[in-house]
Design a protein around this ligand. Structure first.
Ligand code: C2E
Ligand code: CA
Ligand code: CA
Length: 751
């Protein structure tokens, strides 16, 4: 049975639990991962940059080294060409231009690509020159002389600043004094090599000739270096910006000033690494993204599963497992909500508190499975009587409640309650048995000022109590007067308990006479309670209180014992005792009766137990069994108040009654309604047909007496023949002959 109203927050709850997961797990993980990715990228990029810097630095050093070693190599060649004995002789001792040309200049030019080779005499005048293979013009020397000055000064031993030139020293065993200079020569960067031939072995004051060689740092040399060092596009750059990505190296002279801007495209291993790593990173990121998507999906699912679990748990916690209806907790929440809405200005609503009559008996006598099935059936029927967004809940064993937006119109509320009662009261077919139960409904209106949920439920409960006491299968709407009524009942209950414990109750006996009215054939025990402050209280009132409070068992037991004790004084007549349905249904009822009979010594054959129809409703099997056992002991059974309840003819046929008591309401209407008379006739013949005695109750007038007698009633009871009186009065009456009694009419009939 699906509940009509769902907890509205279920959906919201799903979202909050996903949100919670997102806040507590997904977001932090996402942040960590993002930070990690940024760190990795930054690390990779910065180490790539450092690798690039390192690499270009390395290339610059290599280039610098290459140029230096160029100089050293040239110097070695120049030295080796001028340091032999033959060379010293042909240059120093006796300068031989032809020899120098053949053995030094041409060789240096053709094998070592020297641009200029020349010789200076001891006065630093050019005595030989070879430029670019052919030219022997020496005009350039005048212009170049200042560039050569540091070198010549050094070789001649005139300078003290020798550091930069001595670095390139020739082998020690050479007789020459040597130097290399990297500097501009005639405006062009160049490597200038010079040796003072045989200077080391000459006398200190002898000035020797100098042989020098110039190699321009030109395109050819750079492309050679470029090829060897693998420096891409190595070239002399013009002033101004260079191509993007190119690196510029200011080539220093031996004395430290810039002589050329060399540029090349440096290798960028970092960038290469980055380039080669990027696809991997991309793949890794993609992989990670896929993984993250999976994880998220999984988490989402888990979150969904968790919230589904949550809402399942919530559903379980909020619903009755047996019938699936919302339970008391759910109901209370909803009630609070509705009260709040009404306070905020919504129209009034109402609570219907429904209590099943006799459900407990069905459970006890037919078993729990039947009880459960019955509850499910009731649930179905209740749900069908509801409107729109009404909510029905099961509050406990046999208690249900409805919250309805029906408003506060009394007629409408009563009509709805009646629909509920009718739905519940229709017979149920369960386990091939027909079961009938009843229902009482207490109604409380939810208005702006009607208080909280607890108040509303108390009002509905009070109204329900009233409905039950007004005769069940009824509905009552709470009004403030009922409150007083209820507390009155509570007081009565306390007082009744006290009365019972202190023997303050009294048992009176009303005579039953034969149809002539002359002979007392029996008495009915009727309980009386004279309240110390309130005076006589009607048994209809205090019996109901006793039934409600459970006192009925003690009370019933006391009545039976008292009746048996008193009845022993009246041999020959029956003593009838009323038995409450609640009492009769107790499994120890039979034992209690037998024990009382044994203890008092009363003759079972003179005991008559009066039962009402409600004793059998929903309890047929057990009641039947108990009745058979009681009858087996000789006890007689009477069906009391016949005609007021369901008066199912089935009961009459099925249960072994000895007597039928026609209710006083029928007797009273004999004179007024023709059909009542007809019914009484029919009932009498029915009882007779079934072999039962028929008694008429509440006979007050002679006409009633006449009619009933004519109809064939066996015995009668009523004020006409005597009210309930004390045991002593019964004893007196039994001893007095009927003819001596003061009532003329009785005498007339008796005659
Ligand atoms: P009841 O069993 O139907 O008892 C008959 C009721 O009709 C008695 O009312 C009796 O005083 C009243 N009555 C008798 N003759 C006449 C008459 O001619 N006219 C009118 N108007 N009434 C008449 P009472 O004593 O007030 O008892 C009311 C009900 O309380 C009883 O109805 C019975 O159901 C219950 N009751 C009384 N005593 C006991 C008891 O000891 N145990 C149980 N379980 N119920 C009891
Ligand atoms: Ca009775
Ligand atoms: Ca009766």
């Amino acid at each position: 049975m699906p509940a009509k109203v769902r907890p509205r927050s279920t959906e919201e709850r799903q979202y909050t639990s996903w949100d919670r997961a997102r806040l507590s797990i997904v977001v932090p993980i996402g942040v960590i991962v993002a930070v990690a990715i940024v760190c990795i990228v930054v690390t990779v990029l910065s180490s790539a940059e450092r690798a690039d810097e390192f690499s270009v630095d390395h290339e610059r050093q290599l280039l610098s080294r290459a140029i230096t070693s160029y100089g050293e190599r040239i110097l070695r060649e120049v030295d080796s060409a001028t340091s032999t004995d033959v060379a010293v002789r042909n240059i120093r001792d006796n300068f031989n231009g032809r020899w120098v040309h053949r053995n030094v200049a041409e060789w240096l030019e053709s094998f070592f690509d020297q641009d200029l080779v020349f010789a200076l005499d001891d006065k630093d005048q050019v005595i030989y020159s070879l430029a670019h293979r052919t030219s022997t013009d020496t005009g350039w020397f005048t212009a170049a002389r200042p560039d050569l000055a540091p070198l010549i000064d050094y070789l001649r031993g005139r300078t003290t600043d020798t550091q930069s030139l001595e670095k390139a020293a020739a082998p020690d065993d050479s007789p020459n004094r040597q130097a290399v200079l990297i500097d501009k020569f005639g405006g062009q960067p160049a490597i200038i090599t010079a040796v003072a031939v045989g200077a080391k072995v000459a006398a200190p004051d002898v000035r020797v000739p100098i042989v020098a060689s110039v190699r321009y740092i030109d395109r050819a040399m750079l492309s050679d270096i470029s090829a060897r060092l693998r420096l891409e596009h190595l070239h002399v750059a013009a002033d101004g910006p260079v191509a993007a990505g190119d690196y510029v190296y200011d080539l220093p002279s031996s004395t430290g000033h810039t002589i050329a801007r060399l540029a090349w495209t440096p290798r960028r291993p970092g960038a290469e690494i980055v380039n080669s790593v990027v696809p991997f990173i991309a793949v890794a990121l993609a992989g990670f993204a896929v993984l993250a998507a999976f994880v998220l999906r999984y988490m989402r699912r888990t979150a969904a599963a968790i919230s589904a679990g949550e809402s399942r748990l919530r559903h379980l916690a909020m619903h009755d497992p047996l019938c699936g209806l919302p339970n008391r907790i759910f109901f209370s929440e909803r009630l609070e909500h509705v009260i709040e809405e009404v306070r905020e200005g919504r129209p009034p609503a109402a609570v219907f508190y429904v209590d099943l009559d006799h459900f407990k008996d069905v459970n006890d006598t037919l078993g729990h499975h039947v009880g459960d099935e019955l509850i499910r059936n009731v649930t179905l029927r209740l749900s069908h009587t509801l409107r729109g967004d009404d909510l029905v809940a099961r509050l406990g064993g046999d208690e249900f409640a409805v919250i309805s937006s029906i408003g506060d119109d009394q007629e409408k509320m009563m009509a709805m309650a009646q629909r509920i009662i009718s739905a519940i009261c229709a017979p149920y077919a369960i386990n091939k048995q027909s079961i009938v139960i009843g229902a009482s409904v207490g109604i409380a209106v939810i208005e702006k000022k009607s208080g909280g949920a607890a108040d509303i439920m108390r009002y509905a409960d009070i109204a329900l109590y009233r409905a039950k006491n007004e005769g069940r299968n009824r509905a009552c709407i709470y009004d403030a007067a009922m409150d007083a009524d209820l507390s009155n009942r509570k007081l009565l209950e306390t007082d009744l308990r006290y009365a019972l414990e202190n023997s303050a109750l009294q048992l009176l006996y009303q005579p039953l006479v034969n149809n002539s009215g002359a002979t007392v054939v029996g008495v009915e025990a009727l309980c009386r309670w004279r309240h110390p402050e309130r005076g006589d209280i009607s048994p209809t009132e205090f019996i109901a209180v006793a039934e409600h409070s459970g006192l009925i068992n003690d009370l019933g037991q006391w009545v039976l014992r008292r009746a048996c004790i008193d009845g022993k004084a009246w041999p020959g007549i029956t003593v009838a005792v009323n038995v409450s349905p609640l009492q009769f249904r107790r499994t120890d009822f039979y034992d209690m009766v037998i024990r009382t009979l044994n203890e008092t010594g009363f003759d079972p054959a003179r005991l008559e137990l009066e039962l009402t129809e409600s004793t059998f409703i929903g309890n047929a099997e057990n009641a039947e069994a108990a009745m058979i056992r009681l009858k087996a002991m000789g006890i007689r059974l009477a069906l009391d108040d016949f005609g007021t309840g369901y008066s199912s003819l089935q009961y009459l046929r099925r249960f072994p009654f000895d007597k039928l008591k026609i209710d006083q309401s029928f007797v009273r209407s004999i004179e007024k309604a023709a059909d009542a008379a007809a019914i009484v006739h029919a009932v009498v013949s029915l009882g007779r047909g079934l072999g039962m005695k028929v008694t008429a109750e509440g006979v007050e007038t002679a006409d009633q007496h006449l009619f009933l007698r004519a109809a064939g009633v066996h015995s009668m009871q009523g004020f006409r023949f005597g009210k309930a009186v004390s045991a002593a009065e019964i004893s007196t009456r039994l001893q007095t002959p009927a003819s001596a009694r003061p009532t003329d009419e009785i005498a007339a009939f008796a005659g």
